[in-house]
Ligand binder design. Sequence first.
Ligand SMILES: [Fe+2]
Length: 266
Amino acid sequence: MKVLILGEIVGKAGLMAVRDLLRPLKKEKGIDLVIANAEGVTSGYGIGVQHAMTLFKYGIDVITGGEKIFYKLDMQDFIGRKDRILRPANYPEAVAGRGARFVNVGEDKVFVLNLLGNADMLSTHLANPFIMADSMVSRAQAETPYIFVVFHASTTAEKGVMGYELDSKASAVIGTHCKVMSADSRILSGGTAFISDNGRCGSFMSVGGFKPENEVHKMVYSTFMRSFECFDDIRLQGVLVTVGRDGKSQSIERIDVKDTASASES
Ligand SMILES: [Fe+2]
């Protein structure tokens, strides 16, 4: 089974990259399932309902989130009705939405689990993601060997620990949130594919998908300034994981495709 896990989709540039590049890539690589973090697809801050629906239309099967998943008010209401949009499972149970689901892929079932880290996450204070991952993954193992964990976390240490904690139990542990593709993709000794961060769909020549001038001003002068979307050098990034019938990963390939079709629009 081939599963593509796209890096965080940032703003309109990210939408354009997915629109232009996802379908040809799926065909070329024979991809069975597409998972993507999209908590920044609406101008970089949150995900509105219309943008979520557009992403499904472009070929994404499951959307995951992080600390920004509830930024848009319409999503707070909608997420409880759309089980293909996940919010981190370690939010309190009373919070709308769900953190995991089984997805049918042909005759097979794939378990997708979304968790949020605690290190350097100033706006959220969620339950221990490791304990939750252990219990949810071991329950899912009774149903399927195909288990994908998307861990939205800030530090490479916390993400690395999750990789090793779930090694041999999950098919893949994929880090998101930093929006910069890390060079540490590998298969751990127990057969779990791992990367600290699977990059970004959006502008590469930017600061996290935003125009550099404003981001520089904010940090240099410590004063608030709006972030603006950037369209310079649009890329589709992520990782393609190939998993055997035993649930062990056979390969993890870093994907980084330039969106040349969008150049005339930006
Ligand atoms: Fe995030």
